[in-house]
Design a protein around this ligand. Structure first.
Ligand code: ZN
Length: 324
């Protein structure tokens, strides 16, 4: 006998009869119950999911929070490293390079710029793209600046080891004895040419002195030219000092050194005269740095006080005509 029964209205007898479940009834009953279970079960899971994170979600959330913390911490580190690096760069330019009398390390070598391809292509399209890409750019920038800084220090090391030699080689005194600074006849700049009678740029300094006055090498070096000419510089000498420096001494009456001879600063190399294109006994003196003529006045730092130097510059400016 079946446990389940159902009531049915019999139209023929007009009675309500209780009959047992057929197989079809059992199937329907089962399907109905399974439906309810599925419905309630799914509903519960959905509600639970909305109300509570799964353990996996929580683990991921913890990991993301951890990574965000790491990015922030790296940002702080990088910020600190950038600060230290900047300080080193400033000290390099302001102290080490100035100490050795050289130019600051060129900016284009410190910051050549990235340019070209998007280096963070692989990082695009994620929620934290901006942060990570930013970090990546800053890290590679610091790397590049460190390499540049390292090269700069190589140069400073080189400057330091040759510093002594450089100090002796730079043409840093006046080429004739000029204690009262009265010998300065004409300086660097536009001057009225005594022979051509036109304004001409005067690429050197003239020291007026009697014929036979001693002329000194202004820095250590090697004599690379000894010439006697009836025009232009007349009897003249060129000394190569190294480190890009050369000096020229013109219109001499006599040369006292020969080509290839090594000379020391202060050594007598010849005597003042009036040879070549010259209107009176004087020394025409030129300084070149890296093949370009420069104002010799900028180099008399060894034998002049600041006040003397001022006076010398004034004297050089006053004269409107060179002796050439
Ligand atoms: Zn001159």
């Amino acid at each position: 006998m079946s446990k389940f029964k159902k009531s049915l209205f019999n139209p023929e007898t007009l009675q309500i009869e209780v009959v047992p479940y057929s197989v079809v009834d059992y199937v329907w009953w089962s399907l109905r119950n399974v439906g309810w279970i599925v419905l309630v079960g799914t509903g519960s899971v959905l509600l639970f999911d909305i109300a509570f994170d799964s353990p996996k979600d929580r683990a991921q959330a913890r990991e993301i929070a951890f990574l965000e913390g790491q990015v922030l911490s790296f940002e702080n580190d990088i910020h600190e490293i950038e600060g230290v690096l900047e300080n080193i760069e400033v000290r390099d330019d302001a102290i080490y390079r100035t100490l050795f009398g050289t130019d600051p390390y060129p900016e284009y070598r410190r910051n050549p710029g990235i340019g070209g391809a998007d280096r963070n292509r692989v990082l695009r399209g994620y929620e934290h793209t901006e942060d990570v890409a930013n970090l990546s750019v800053r890290v590679s920038e610091v790397q590049r600046r460190l390499v540049a800084q390292s090269r700069s220090f190589d140069e400073v090391m080189e400057l330091a080891t040759t510093h002594e030699e450089r100090l002796h080689s730079i043409p840093a005194i006046q080429p004739v004895r000029n204690d009262d600074l009265k010998r300065m006849a004409s300086g660097w700049g536009n001057r009225f040419h005594p022979i051509y009678k036109v304004m001409k740029f005067h690429y050197g300094m003239d020291f007026s002195a009697p014929t036979g006055t001693e002329i000194f090498a202004t820095g250590d070096g090697v004599v690379v030219k000894v010439r006697r000419s009836y025009t232009g510089y007349g009897r003249h000498i060129v000394i190569r000092h190294g480190f890009g420096y050369e000096t020229l001494y013109a219109h001499m009456s006599k040369t006292l050194v020969s080509k290839g001879q090594k000379v020391k600063r202060g050594e007598t190399i010849g005597l003042v005269g009036n040879t070549g294109t010259s209107v009176a006994p004087h020394l025409h003196y030129e300084v070149s740095k890296d093949g370009k003529k420069v104002n010799p006045a900028h180099y008399y730092f060894n034998d002049l006080s600041p006040e003397q130097y001022e006076l010398l510059l004034q004297n050089a400016e006053v004269a409107h005509q060179s002796f050439d």
